[in-house]
Design a binder for this molecule. Structure first.
Ligand code: 9WN
Length: 434
């Protein structure tokens, strides 16, 4: 495997800052040079999380620039396009045509989809760690109404199952684009249109192949409906309740409940949302000792288990018996127990597991960070330490890669990947408190 001489903490921190500075546009951090030249929703938010203990202002700027892409209906897009080299990435602004939609911001081009709603959790971390309390309080007051609008959008337009969970309407919305949990719902789609190949970049290896046509078809169908909520409800052929998306949403609702008093608002509605989402997760997605993906278009619950199935562990009030069952699976040979470098994105024993294909096996810094936080909120300090230490081992050995082989730790995908660098800064702070 590719390996680097031992890098001490101070040098690793300097390298992480260098990556973030190189990927900084002046108001936002792009995920990586080359293939990802725009601002991505959860990438930027992980960057803000990584900066929370280090630079309140820059973390705030990162979130504010993302929220500048928020639509009037509350939707926070999964990509905010940089005007420079706009069409280098496919699908670019000319495909999404957001500016033609009355609800979209007109000063900036965006995609028409969203990504996991991590922003309130990031804001809470900024608030909690900020040395300059006035700056942090001002940031909370500014962002709070935008986050309330985002959560309202999810609770209304995206409650396609009618039971309090948010549905995603495209695999790109999960952030885990090629996960095997989308195979069955995608295979059920009618395939139309020409296949496309993504423009170059270092990430050609292990990226989605056969799925690309349905990916584009789905995006175009939603666009051609005029991004219409009624179309999503009645006609759109992909609608799925994802435990990671909803687990992150729940954790963000808990964060909004704590931030509400800072913004002079009532925490009650956020607490009610937490209860509603938890009930939905337990009643609709729990089966055979794990949370699973539910296909609302007829496919039922997914059989394959992925790292996304652990998302509801982010809920600090998840019942203890469920926590124990989930952690048992996470630590077993299905996931961490048989991986040299946790956490594989798909369970190792599944036939779909592939150690080198993007979201079908490799370990990722962002999901490790989320699970480390989950371990911390449930007072599982040993698990949290293992997750932190193995993630630092990955980046020390292979650099700030997009993802990593779970057996030998070699790097995969883009180099100088922003969330790998930013979350390293957080992990280097080496505390397990939450
Ligand atoms: C599509 C930017 C994004 C991440 C996703 C990752 C990948 C895009 C792509 O890159 O998705 O949104 O082009 O494959 O799967 O998690 O946000 O880093």
């Amino acid at each position: 495997m590719e390996s680097r001489a031992a890098v001490d903490d101070a040098a690793l921190g300097r390298e992480a800052w260098a990556v973030l500075d190189a990927n900084w546009t002046g108001s936002a951090t792009v995920p990586a040079p080359g293939l990802y030249p725009h601002q991505w929703n959860w990438d930027s938010t992980f960057v803000a999380i990584g900066l929370a203990r280090r630079d309140t202002r820059r973390a705030g700027t990162e979130l504010l620039s993302l929220m500048a892409g928020q639509w009037g209906n509350g939707m926070v897009p999964h990509i905010v396009f940089q005007p420079v080299r706009a069409e280098v990435y496919f699908p670019g602004p000319s495909v999404w045509r957001s500016r033609e939609h009355r609800s979209a911001p007109h000063g900036v081009g965006t995609s028409g989809l969203t990504q996991p709603p991590l922003q309130a959790l990031a804001l809470w971390r900024i608030w909690r760690h900020a040395a300059d309390r006035d700056t942090a309080a001002a940031l909370v007051r500014r962002l709070y109404p935008m986050l309330v609008a985002q959560h309202d959008y999810l609770a209304t337009v995206r409650d396609l199952g009618g039971a309090g969970l948010a549905a995603i309407v495209h695999p790109w919305e999960s952030g885990m684009d090629d996960s095997p949990v989308w195979d069955a719902p995608l295979e059920a789609l009618p395939v139309t249109g020409a296949p496309y190949r993504r423009a170059g970049g270092s990430c050609g290896e292990g990226r989605p192949g056969g799925h690309h046509d349905p990916f584009v078809t789905l995006a175009l169908r939603y666009r051609d409906s005029g991004y219409d909520p009624a179309y999503l409800r009645d006609e759109h052929p992909f609608a799925v309740e994802d435990p990671m998306f909803n687990g992150i949403w729940l954790a963000s609702c808990q964060a909004l409940a704590e931030l509400a008093p800072v913004a002079g608002a009532d925490a009650g509605p956020h607490r009610a949302a937490v209860e509603r989402i938890r009930a939905g997760l337990l009643e609709r997605l729990w089966a055979d000792g794990l949370f699973r993906v539910r296909d609302l278009r007829g496919g039922g619950l997914s059989q394959v288990c992925t790292v996304g199935c652990f998302g509801p562990l982010l809920d600090r009030e998840l019942p203890a018996d469920r926590v124990a069952e989930l952690v048992g699976v996470l630590e077993s040979a299905r996931f961490m127990g048989a991986a040299g470098y946790p956490v594989p994105s798909c369970e190792i024993r599944a036939q779909q597991f592939d150690r080198s294909r993007y979201w079908r096996g490799p370990s990722w810094v962002n999901t490790n960070w989320l699970l480390r936080r989950a371990a911390a909120v449930h007072d599982l300090a040993g698990l949290a330490r293992i997750l932190g230490a193995s993630t630092l081992r990955l980046v020390r050995q292979a650099g700030f890669r997009e993802c990593f082989d779970p057996f030998d730790g070699s790097g995969r995908g883009s180099r100088d990947f922003s969330w790998s660098a930013a979350l390293t800064l957080d992990l280097l702070a080496d505390t397990v408190e939450e």
